[in-house]
Design a protein around this ligand. Structure first.
Ligand code: GLP
Length: 244
């Protein structure tokens, strides 16, 4: 596990964008695993700048998003479908048909999940997976007490996640209590993983991800076993690491 401690959020975002863009520059038809949340927004802005400066071309790229709320329509501004189109896809030249986001409205969720894993495999597997982290150590929507062997599946959201994500909704009651998420197995099968974190609120989760016991209570701890994982964090998220 490599750890990059950036001075601030901007530098964290630039470092992450550099890793993703170099992946695409070196392999034009790369398969990108993408994340949502506040943390990767700066990285998406940097990638858009690189695209506008003609330093990277997304024409042959395909993407798979980590997760989506269950039963939230794609028109809902809190859906990750909306987030991705609004914050990234519409600003670059990726082909719409090459962007994949789990359909939280699918009638048969089990089939939706199986098809998603199969599509990832058909596209050759994920070359680089971007991850954020919840304060409780979740990655994607894989909450504490996760089953490390699960592929894409329906998950029940942790109380702490519902509380944290309520900032995006007008009330806590509106936050979906379930979601579909790539499983830990899906994430671990990616060739490279980069995990981003910013702010002191993530410091404890980052400390346990790097130094803690590998256990289902802290889902991100499994990344200690990934052969090519890089953690890119700002100083605040890394503040508990520097004493070691
Ligand atoms: C959400 C997402 C995760 C994200 C995490 C942290 O619930 N499902 O993929 O990494 O929470 O979000 P943020 O970056 O806004 O702190």
């Amino acid at each position: 596990m490599r750890i990059i401690i950036a001075d601030d959020y901007q530098e964290m975002s630039r470092r992450a964008a550099a890793m993703v863009s170099s992946q695409v520059i070196l392999k034009h038809d790369s398969v990108l695993g993408l994340a949502t949340g506040d943390t990767p927004l700066g990285m998406y802005k940097e990638l858009i700048k690189l695209y506008e400066n003609k330093e990277v071309d997304f024409f042959d790229v395909s993407t798979f998003n980590l997760d989506e709320y269950y039963k939230l329509s794609i028109e809902n501004k809190q859906s990750y479908y909306y987030y991705m189109n609004h914050n990234f896809f519409r600003h670059i030249n990726v082909k719409k048909e090459n962007t994949h986001i789990l359909n939280g409205m699918a009638k048969d969720i089990t089939a939706e999940c199986r098809n998603y894993d199969q599509q990832i495999k058909n596209d050759g597997g994920i070359d680089i997976q971007v991850l954020g982290i919840g304060a409780n150590g979740h990655i994607g929507f894989n909450e504490p007490d996760v089953n490390f062997e699960a592929e894409t599946h329906l998950v029940k959201l942790d109380e702490m996640t519902i509380e944290a994500n309520s900032r995006f909704f007008s009330s806590k009651d509106e936050v979906p209590t379930t979601a579909i998420s790539m499983g830990i197995k899906t994430i671990m099968q990616s060739r490279r993983v980069i995990l981003l974190a910013s702010g002191a609120g993530k410091a404890d989760a980052i400390y346990k991800t790097v130094n803690g016991k590998i256990c289902p209570e802290l889902p991100a701890s499994i990344l200690q076993l990934h052969p090519d994982a890089t953690i890119i964090i700002d100083k605040n998220a890394g503040k508990l690491l520097s004493d070691d």
